[in-house]
Design a protein around this ligand. Structure first.
Ligand code: ARG
Ligand code: ZN
Length: 470
């Protein structure tokens, strides 16, 4: 689903001449969603409301069998529609109850990105009408890698799978409109060998049931969610519960193979979660979703990810990382960048949140964190990456995290504490479950503070040099 926004209205107005010429004749849906960093991620011509995913995974063979029922609305007349699907084989496709022809195209040979399932419905889809597209598929995901070469998506390990899709790895395990603007609700029914646990986003429905040596876990994520935030991690987990503010259910899963040291660190960090949620509610307003919890895997992809309602951690969950992934629930998951180049709106804010949390714990002040970043010499490569356009290959550069967070501290000094904290709360509450751009932040900061801040953001966010005047 897409929330109506001013930017969308403007984009629509700009495309009206184009629409006027194309609506008369039906046309194929675009293969890409228009993100300049990941042009083949996402697709054109429709908008997804809900994914109903039935998955069966066997760690012994690494095989994933899936049935995805995708509820979508066509936004134009579509003779074909694309879904992103990478490295997996579609077996059947239905539109409604009618079988549809389909073909699959491989990944882009230059960038290694992409993977398109092109569906040709028996009858063209009509704009404004709702459809259910069913895809039955199978394959061995293996260990897919992102544009930087890091494992992501559905990452198989001998004991299960760790699933972390950011930025466009959801297509490694289900057919998807893989753009952060097309948020949807999700149901998951995941079948795994008896003894294994399968964990997805949202809430566990009912009691997992076992038949013929296979156990089914049913999860429902009721809040709108971007595809990069979905997970279906599988392994040997021990579950535990906590309660957050206003009875918020917290359900954690820690895998059995953690080293004693890492287990102790993890347990100490997770114990702080209710207190951390209350702390960030004080900064950003009410926790935006219906549940929370952690997935701590004993295998590693080399990073943690803020998967919605249930972040995943590689082998350990440190206190600062738990604070970081929790803060992302507001900044990133509920308030999501429209395009990947605005990743600093996720990472700069989550890092700043981490600084706020550690200051509250007496572990050094935010200003000290800022000073440490600002002490990086002007000729260091760090300053060459502008957080507002880091490049697809360096999406997760230190600059998007630390320079982004330093920019927020500089902004706080610029507009004062009262306006700065009013801005953080307004940012999270007015954009709840939506998508944003840096321009939206500039506009809100100017509105809240009554100051002209173009130069400030130009220097801190867009200039590939160390800001010296702040
Ligand atoms: N968003 C994650 C975090 O900062 C990092 C994800 C890194 N992803 C990747 N494909 N390398 O918490
Ligand atoms: Zn982050």
């Amino acid at each position: 689903m897409r929330l109506p926004r001013v930017a969308t209205a403007v984009a629509l107005a700009l495309t009206i001449p184009l629409l006027a010429t194309t609506t008369a004749s039906a046309a194929p849906g675009a293969a890409g969603g228009g993100d300049p960093y990941f042009p083949l991620a996402g697709n054109g011509g429709y908008d997804v409301q809900h994914y109903d995913l039935g998955l069966k995974y066997d760690p012994a063979t690494g095989r994933l069998d899936g049935t995805a029922v995708i509820s979508l609305t066509a936004t134009t007349t579509l003779t074909t529609l694309n879904l992103d699907l990478r490295g997996l084989t579609a077996k059947y496709v239905l539109v409604g109850t009618t079988p549809a022809r389909f073909s699959q195209q491989g990944v882009d040979p230059v960038t290694g990105r992409g993977g398109e399932l092109v569906v040709r419905p028996a009858k063209a889809l009509a704009p404004g009408k709702k459809y259910r597209v069913t895809v039955v598929y199978t394959g061995v995901p293996g260990q897919p890698t992102d544009i930087e070469g890091a494992p992501y998506g559905f990452v198989s390990f001998p004991d299960g799978a760790l699933v972390a899709n950011e930025p466009e790895g959801a297509s490694t395990w289900y057919p998807v409109n893989d753009v952060p603007t097309d948020k949807a609700t999700y149901d998951f029914a995941i079948v795994v060998p008896e003894g294994k646990t399968a964990i997805a986003n949202g809430e566990l429905l009912g009691t997992p049931f076992t038949r013929y040596g296979w156990t089914t876990f049913v999860w429902r994520a009721k809040d709108p969610m971007a595809s990069y935030l979905t997970t279906a991690s599988i392994g040997d987990y021990v579950a535990s519960t906590q309660t957050g503010p206003r009875g918020l259910p917290i359900l954690n899963f820690v895998e059995t193979g953690l080293t004693p040291d890492r287990l102790a660190t993890t347990q100490a960090s997770l114990a702080l979660q209710p207190e951390m949620i209350a702390f960030f509610e004080g900064v950003y307003g009410p926790y935006p979703f219906t549940s929370f919890g952690a997935i701590v895997d004993d295998d590693s992809v080399g990073y943690a990810l803020e998967t919605q309602t249930r972040p995943v951690y590689s082998q350990v969950a440190s206190e600062s990382t738990v604070a970081h992934e929790l803060a992302h629930q507001w900044v990133g998951n509920s308030v999501t960048p429209e395009q990947w180049r605005d990743i600093w709106l996720n990472e700069g804010f989550a890092t700043y949140s981490q600084w706020l949390w550690s200051e509250s714990r007496g572990q050094g002040t935010v200003q000290e964190q800022f000073d440490a970043v600002h002490a990086i010499p002007a000729d260091d490569e760090f300053w060459a990456t502008p957080p507002g356009d880091p490049g697809a290959e360096t999406l997760f550069a230190d600059a998007t995290y630390d320079r982004g967070a330093a920019a927020l501290q500089a902004l706080r000094v610029e507009i004062g504490d009262a306006d700065f904290f009013a801005l953080l709360e307004a940012w999270a509450t007015t954009n709840r479950n939506g998508n944003v751009t840096t321009a939206d932040l500039v506009a809100l900061a100017e509105q809240v503070s009554g100051q002209q801040l173009d130069d400030f953001f130009q220097v801190w966010i867009y200039t590939p040099e160390k800001p010296t005047s702040w």
